[in-house]
Design a protein around this ligand. Structure first.
Ligand code: SF4
Ligand code: SF4
Length: 151
């Protein structure tokens, strides 16, 4: 059920690129700051997670995340990547070896900072992810804006 996956992909078929979106586990998470119920917390490993029983379904965290990486179930409860507690299932299930999970090194921290500078404040999570993916793609190849919304 890809709609419930925490890792998202935008496919740009015509250009032959796929751009993944993942939760950055932000140092200063906008989602956490926005939550009026203190239902979002950061654990000792730096993983940003949700205490579901405390979530009232207001959606403030969804609007606050500038990367479109937190969403709500039909019940209203928010959900996001919590790295499966430190052993992400997406990694173990990727039989092509395209995903790896490792502690951030100097280079990956720098890349994260660069990517986090791109922020989208308006739109649904899906729209935010698409806009960010488009920006990443545009920095690598020329993509006409007329490509339209492919999400
Ligand atoms: S859901 Fe968004 S704001 Fe929250 S930690 Fe992940 S990327 Fe950061
Ligand atoms: S939807 Fe839940 S987790 Fe998100 S801001 Fe509202 S109470 Fe907090």
């Amino acid at each position: 059920m890809p709609s419930k996956a925490r890792l998202k992909i935008n496919n740009f078929s015509l250009q032959g690129y796929s751009v993944p979106s993942i939760c950055f586990q932000c140092p200063n998470p906008d989602c956490l700051e926005a939550c009026p119920e203190e239902a979002i917390f950061k654990n000792e490993r730096g993983i940003v997670a949700i205490n579901a029983p405390k979530c009232n379904g207001c959606g403030d965290c969804v609007a606050a995340c500038p990367y479109g990486m937190i969403e709500q179930y039909g019940s209203g409860k928010a959900f996001k990547c919590d790295l499966c507690g430190g052993n992400p299932v997406c990694v173990s299930e990727c039989h092509f070896g395209a995903l790896v999970f490792k502690e951030a090194d100097k280079i990956s921290r720098k890349q994260r900072v660069i990517q986090m500078k791109q922020r989208i404040s308006e739109g649904t999570p899906e729209e935010k992810r698409y806009q960010l993916a488009l920006k990443i793609l545009e920095s690598a190849v020329r993509v006409p804006r007329t490509a339209g919304y492919l999400g």
